[in-house]
Design a protein around this ligand. Structure first.
Ligand code: C5P
Length: 580
């Protein structure tokens, strides 16, 4: 049980009581969905809306969803008589600040109490969780990072914002995690069962928005005669307009709806999931990371965008072929479906476990990692398009496997989450084979806690948003365009999770501006170290590697050396760091 869970043990008896502070920013709309999920999970929510927050959601919406009074001003004397801010903040089992703007985080760190929200946060004797959302530059600003670090040291659980595209064209961390992810984090902190959330919830609530008799995928010609997805129809991009339409849509209808059981199978995870085959929740490029007060325009599909967009800049080209990629029945697909827990299998022990593995001639008494659990991801991921095609990269998995072998040789208990590679399992290593990024994310979550996590895998940045059940046929008309969607960032999600390992190490494979990019990556992803390697030559698949260890304090550059030597040197450095 974690510290928070101990403190709020009593919450299990009655269902958790949450004081939700809703800050200003376009991401505030997600707090409505969060309220709904907390209620659905058996919790009770009381909302405090900041002045900024009330520019984006109304007290009435939050009151309707929470079925509790919503508090908005410190100077409401009537409320002071009925319920003072001290009482308000202490009646809760957990205070959740969501979205936590840069301003709110700064006030929290400085102990400023100039409105009801900040006063309640300052006055509480309960655990506090903050879910940041802001522009990437605001998030990366030294002042914000200093505040976050200070708050974390003070015991506030500050979640890591997600990476994503901003409507302003910027990309990076700053987006509010999806409400399902926040609710799972809350449930974990409180030690309560989150119930059924995730893909099925999304499916259920999106279905509630559909007119009962609307066909599944409805395509119609636009003014230029090209096929475009109809508003809110399955298989199409989300084009319904306006924040108010979105807010209205967040309040579910009371009719009961079919639960998508297929989707439930993939929903047991705090990582973002959207393989329900339904249209995505309005999220990408919605600018929840926009500077406070600015509403971002809805993204329109760019019919001329290239097949593979710059990372994070778009979710890809809309499909021009209504028939090609719309089969969403993953269960019936004759291959491992993304996120299918059954697809995560422990690999067989090989006949000769030493075959093809780096041999470390070490003194058997030398076991500096004895008693430590080391979690490693390695290899590429394969993102299915249809039963025979997938998106992949050239990662061989050799470096990650060598690190796993070295960790085991130094006495650690090692879990190796491996993408599809043709490598033998190193001796003494527990291996879990996965195909896709979503499976890898799920396997990592299941394997935690760990003392150290080293993420060497070259996780695909994007996956095909729709996976065809049958092989997509070649046809004489234009080839089908791939509609891509962002994969979960496993490293960043682990950094923000309550199970964060003591030492979190990421890899950065770059072809240019190696060190600058690695430094940024370390900060953006919340890792302790980044191992930067230049992949402009033949590092991927080769046996040699030249790396630089980028930490908060220094950059340690190593001579080119065989991958097995990099592995041993890295694990010895890690063993040293864990001594402190
Ligand atoms: O963003 P980029 O792929 O360059 O980041 C590299 C680091 O992040 C590696 O440690 C990789 O394992 C990790 N990563 C991840 N999940 C992703 C993408 C990268 O864990 N979706």
């Amino acid at each position: 049980m974690n510290i928070m869970a101990q403190e709020v043990h009593s919450a299990r008896m009655t269902g958790p009581r949450i004081l939700l502070v809703v800050g200003g920013g376009i991401a505030a709309y997600k707090s409505c969905e969060l309220v709904r999920l907390i209620r659905k999970g058996g919790g009770d929510v009381t909302c405090v809306l900041t002045e900024g927050g009330s520019q984006f959601v109304t007290p009435m919406a939050l009151a309707a969803l929470s079925e509790n009074k919503v508090y908005t001003s410190l100077f409401d004397l009537k409320d002071e008589v009925e319920m003072g801010h001290i009482q308000l903040s202490r009646e809760a089992d957990l205070v959740v600040v969501c979205p936590a703007t840069a301003d709110l985080l700064a006030k929290m760190a400085a102990g400023i109490a100039d409105d009801l929200a900040t006063t309640a946060i300052l006055a509480t004797d309960k655990p506090v969780m903050a879910v940041p959302a802001m522009n990437v530059r605001m998030w990366e600003h030294e002042a914000t990072q200093r505040n976050v670090e200070w708050l974390r040291q003070a015991g506030v659980h500050v979640m890591q914002p997600e990476d994503g595209a901003m409507a302003c064209g910027e990309f990076g961390p700053g987006r509010l995690p999806e409400p399902e992810t926040v609710w799972l984090e809350i449930a974990e902190a409180l030690g309560v069962d989150p119930g059924d959330v995730g893909a099925s919830e999304i499916a259920d609530y999106l279905e509630a928005l559909e007119p009962e008799d609307e066909p599944e995928a409805d395509w119609s010609p636009d003014d230029e005669g090209e096929a475009v997805p109809d508003e809110e129809s399955h298989g199409g991009g989300y084009r319904a307009g306006g924040l108010s339409a979105l807010l209205a849509s967040i309040i579910p209808r009371s009719t009961s709806h079919r639960v998508n059981d297929d989707a439930v199978a993939y929903g047991d995870d705090s990582f973002p999931q959207d393989d329900t085959g339904l249209p995505p929740l309005p999220q990408e490029g919605w600018g929840e990371a926009a500077p406070d007060g600015e509403e971002e325009p809805l993204p329109e599909p760019d019919m001329n965008s290239p097949l593979l967009a710059r990372k994070g800049s778009a979710s890809g080209a809309p499909s021009m072929d209504p028939g090609a990629l719309i089969n969403k029945d993953l269960e019936a697909m004759p291959m491992a479906a993304p996120g299918d827990p059954d697809a995560v299998v422990v690999a067989d022990v090989v006949a000769d476990p030493l075959d093809g593995q780096p041999a470390f001639e070490l003194d058997p008494e030398y076991r500096p990692l004895f008693g430590k659990h080391v979690l490693i991801t390695a290899g590429p991921t394969h993102e299915p398009i249809d039963p025979v095609r997938y998106i992949a990269n050239r990662s061989s998995g050799k470096q990650g496997f060598a690190i796993a072998a070295a960790a085991a040789a130094l006495g650690a208990r090692v879990t190796l989450i491996a993408g599809p590679v043709h490598l033998q399992t190193p001796p003494g290593v527990d291996r879990v084979d996965v195909e896709s990024a979503q499976e890898m994310a799920l396997a990592v979550k299941k394997a935690l806690p760990a003392d150290v996590c080293i993420m060497v895998a070259a996780v695909a940045d994007w996956r095909s948003r729709d996976v065809a059940m049958a092989k997509i046929k070649k046809r004489s008309s234009a080839p089908p365009a791939l509609l891509l969607t962002e994969n979960p960032d496993i490293l960043a999600t682990t950094a923000g999770s309550s199970n964060r390992p003591r030492l979190l190490v990421g890899f950065a494979a770059e072809t240019d501006d190696l060190l600058e990019n690695a430094k940024k990556k370390r900060k953006n992803k919340g890792a302790d170290w980044i191992v930067a390697n230049d992949v402009s030559d033949d590092v991927m698949g080769g046996d040699e590697n030249a790396v630089h260890i980028v930490s908060a304090e220094e950059i340690d550059s190593w001579e080119p050396m065989p991958k097995r030597d990099v592995a041993l040197k890295l694990m010895e450095r890690i063993a040293d760091a864990l001594k402190d």
